[in-house]
Design a protein around this ligand. Structure first.
Ligand code: 13P
Length: 236
């Protein structure tokens, strides 16, 4: 079954999220053929848990801290997220690495903490434009995987930084090459692709046999496009 993870990022306020989900259910998109995972902002998690009862949808958080509890003002622990109904947690998204200085060491700590709380870490990795242009994608991927690759279960999302929100995507061959590289390092992992995934390119990604799913940003907070996108997988 194809995994679709919707990363809402810091979009949709609580009220907007509630309206969004109301409209989503009104449209009744057929999703039985997918493993659909929604990742809203922290405040909406409990409400989302309530709203998805009786629907084949799972919940992810967009980030976590690595400690179980304590004097860490402003942070949210994996156990709190587990209580909120999360089954997955995004870790090391490139926006976390870029704006919050998350290093591979921090990403490792977070991924282990998620695992210990019995959720699945979705570790995000990917090269910047410069590395891509210099043909260093392989080195970046290997380095970012090094500290997390033995965690099991593990999902890895390949998100080229230059592709996120840019409308630019790597070729099928390039994605397949990175997916195969990730699987050669972590044969137990589920591999996702993220970066400018759209209704126009979803078919291309589906044709990559080694890919287990997609991590969707911008498109996942747009209706009715997101429903159209989900339903289209039925015929791919
Ligand atoms: P876009 O789909 O908006 O490019 O975002 C991808 C992403 O960062 C998902 O985590």
């Amino acid at each position: 079954m194809l995994n679709i993870v919707a990363n809402w990022k810091m979009n949709l306020s609580f009220i907007e999220s509630e309206i969004f989900m109301g409209k989503f259910f009104q449209q009744q998109p057929e999703i039985d053929h997918l493993n659909l995972i929604l990742a809203p902002s922290f405040p909406f998690l409990p409400k989302l848990k309530e709203m998805i009862q009786n629907h084949p949808i799972q919940i992810a958080a967009q980030d976590t801290f690595w400690m179980k509890s304590g004097a860490y003002t402003g942070e949210v622990s994996p156990l709190m997220l587990k209580e909120m109904g999360c089954s997955y947690v995004l870790v090391g998204h490139s926006e976390r690495r870029q704006y919050f200085g998350e290093t591979d060491i921090i990403v490792e700590k977070k991924a282990i903490a998620v695992h210990q709380a019995r959720m699945i870490p979705i570790v995000c990795i990917g090269e910047h434009r410069e590395s891509y242009e210099e043909g260093k994608t392989r080195n970046v991927i290997l380095q970012q995987l090094e500290r997390v690759k033995s965690i099991n279960p593990l999902w890895v999302a390949y998100e080229p930084v230059w592709s996120i929100g840019s409308g630019k995507i790597p070729s099928k061959e390039e994605v397949a090459k990175v997916t195969d590289l990730i699987l050669s390092e972590c044969p137990h992992a589920n591999v996702l692709y993220g970066g400018s995934v759209s209704i126009d390119n979803q078919r291309m990604f589906c044709s990559i046999d080694s890919l287990h799913g997609l991590l969707v940003g911008g498109l996942s907070v747009k209706l009715p496009d997101f429903c159209v996108f989900l339903e289209k997988f039925k015929n791919i």
